[in-house]
Design a protein around this ligand. Structure first.
Ligand code: C2E
Ligand code: MG
Ligand code: MG
Ligand code: MG
Length: 280
């Protein structure tokens, strides 16, 4: 009986696996077609100064506007895009869109001081990256690259160092994303002299109930500050979290408490309607 069950289970798994393979093959083809059809774009989530609650910038997040499946978030396609070697293409597209949209906002009288974009390992290591950035004439502070810790752990370290210094020299800020989830020590990360550290939402979300996470977040903020590195909290879901983070000395805040990621039009409209006024 056990044997039979075992075999059934095995068949069940292989069937599932086959379905999954067919599925991801289909998704892969769809992603490539979607890039051709120009279906990928940037959505924007605002960030605020924790002290004044003023808008400091936006994070651009990739979205896939699929003709039949509707809006698709990156968790559904980034893994396969990575395998297809097209994440750097998406990163580039999001960056260009975000810089263009920042100008469109300026023309509408909306000041978005800074746009942050996520940069994959693949793109950071691309030897053509610096040359392509040089063509952009970036105003210092207007563009920020969010990099996850794992980027600094792989074997192509040397290129990373060279590219990082050149990126900084072009006036682009470096921010460490999802800080607190990786295995790098805060000390070794701060040696990179990033402009900002973005504290992961797994640490941020429990700070009201858990003294452990609160202490952890406080010490990250204190250490960063003592080294001249700013901090951003992600996953700020309530204004109570926002107040606590301000009390802990966090510099900037991002999360559902303020807004979810919005399309260009929705962000523009919300800015016009509300001016992003929140009680300090
Ligand atoms: P991330 O860079 O850490 O971006 C923050 C993610 O948290 C976003 O998910 C955002 O919608 C979500 N989020 C924001 N505020 C809250 C909150 O208060 N609560 C909760 N629970 N979630 C919140 P999204 O847009 O689905 O992106 C997921 C991840 O995909 C990003 O995490 C980033 O690692 C990656 N990603 C997004 N866009 C790009 C891109 O253009 N290029 C690359 N390479 N990666 C990207
Ligand atoms: Mg990010
Ligand atoms: Mg993040
Ligand atoms: Mg995150």
């Amino acid at each position: 009986r056990a044997k039979r069950m075992g075999r059934n289970r095995f068949e069940f798994f292989t069937q599932n696996l086959q379905a999954e393979i067919v599925n991801s093959k289909r998704t892969a083809d769809e992603i490539l077609a979607g890039i051709e059809r120009d279906e990928f774009t940037a959505w924007y989530q605002p960030q605020f100064c924790a002290r004044t609650m003023q808008l400091t910038g936006v994070e651009a997040l990739v979205r896939w506007q699929h003709p039949t499946h509707g809006l698709i978030t990156p968790d559904r396609f980034l893994g396969i895009a990575e395998e297809l070697n097209v994440v750097a293409t998406l990163d580039q597209l999001v960056m260009q869109t975000a810089l263009k949209d920042r100008m469109r906002w300026a023309a509408m009288g909306i000041n978005v001081p800074k746009v942050s974009v996520n940069v994959s390992s693949r793109r950071l290591h691309d030897e053509a990256l610096i040359a392509s950035l040089k063509g952009l004439s970036i105003t210092p502070g207007e563009l920020c690259f969010e990099l996850v810790e794992s980027i600094f752990l792989d074997d192509r370290e040397a290129i990373t160092d060279i590219n990082l210094e050149q990126i900084k020299a072009l006036g682009i800020d470096i921010e460490i994303d999802d800080f607190g989830t990786g295995h790098t020590s805060i000390v070794s990360l701060l040696k990179l002299k990033p402009k900002r550290l973005k504290i992961d939402r797994q640490l941020v979300m429990p700070i009201l109930e858990s003294t452990r996470e609160r202490a952890l977040v406080r010490s990250i903020i204190d250490l960063a500050r003592s080294l001249g590195v700013e901090t951003v909290a992600e996953g700020v879901e309530t204004l109570d979290h926002a107040r606590m983070l301000a009390e802990l000395g966090c510099d900037m805040l991002q999360g559902y408490a303020f807004a979810r990621p919005l399309s260009f039009d929705a962000f523009s409209q919300r800015t016009i309607d509300t001016g992003w006024k929140f009680a300090v």
